[in-house]
Design a protein around this ligand. Structure first.
Ligand SMILES: Nc1ncnc2c1ncn2[C@@H]1O[C@H](COP(=O)(O)OP(=O)(O)OP(=O)(O)O)[C@@H](O)[C@H]1O
Ligand SMILES: [Mg+2]
Length: 245
């Protein structure tokens, strides 16, 4: 028998992808957005990693490559997103919301009060944000989302931010980058699987016409970017989306 959605699911669902390379600020922005909306749930792509013993090994070094798309169970992720589309955000439970607490930049009270005024129009919407580093490399996956927000930054910025990170929780434990991991795996995998989205295949540059045809919206989050501006830009994109419907 078909499930009937609860009250929250009578609201209109918006599936938002927050994608981009490691350390581009996806989790920072997601955590700040979720606090502003009355109905907003998070799906973390990291919850769809394969078990540790199925993470692909690099053929040259034999090290685990957590940044290769084969490390993620995309079949499971796509099915889950389709399930949310069909049954609503009540499908998203605690199990799928394990955001790591590595957020160093914060909004001021004044900024929060200003931003809160911008979200009134979302009262009747039910938002689900998927936060992940591989959401737009595959067109079929990208097309499952209503809104595609792509945060990125240049090589130096990402490398410096990543080097300051202690590590990542995994299904079986805690991952700490081995030496040179960013240069050997993180950046090459990002570049390899995203260059088709950029003008002249420059992944620090501008998104190309193909990305635009998929309605991917890019935001360069350098260290000069202010969190409040980034949050406001994201709300603006959501607003544009609902105005277009
Ligand atoms: N505009 C910014 N200025 C300075 N630091 C920033 C900025 N945006 C993000 N950061 C910092 O960069 C680090 C990485 O951010 P965050 O964890 O949000 O990235 P992420 O895209 O979720 O990365 P991952 O995919 O590895 O989880 C955090 O310490 C965050 O505080
Ligand atoms: Mg993150």
């Amino acid at each position: 028998m078909e499930k009937i959605g609860d009250d929250a699911n009578k609201k209109k669902l918006i599936l938002v992808a927050i994608g981009g390379p490691s350390s581009s600020g996806k989790t920072t922005i997601t955590k700040n957005l979720v606090k502003l909306f009355t109905s907003c749930k998070i799906v973390h792509q990291d919850d769809f990693y394969k078990p540790d013993d199925e993470i692909p090994l690099d053929p040259t070094t034999n090290e685990q490559n957590w940044d290769h798309p084969d490390a993620i169970d995309f079949h499971k992720l796509k099915n889950f997103i389709k399930k949310i589309r069909k049954y609503g955000s009540s499908e998203v439970n605690e199990k799928f919301d394990t955001l790591e607490p590595d957020i160093k930049i914060k909004l001021s009270e004044e900024e929060i009060n200003h931003l809160k005024k911008l979200v009134d129009k979302f009262e009747n919407y039910d938002l689900v944000i998927v936060d992940g580093f591989m959401l737009f490399h595959d067109e079929e996956l990208a097309r499952l989302f209503d809104l595609k927000l792509f945060y990125y930054a240049d090589y130096e910025t990402l490398k410096t931010r990543r080097s300051k990170r202690k590590g990542y929780s995994t299904v079986a434990g805690f991952w700490v980058d081995p030496p040179n991991y960013f240069d050997d795996y993180v950046w090459p995998a990002y570049e390899k699987f995203h260059k088709h989205l950029f003008v002249d295949e420059d992944v620090s540059g501008e998104l190309n016409e193909y990305s635009k045809s998929l309605e991917i919206r890019g935001y360069k989050n350098s260290d000069d970017s202010k969190l409040a501006d980034m949050v406001e830009w994201s709300i603006g994109q959501l607003s544009r989306y609902i105005d277009s419907k």
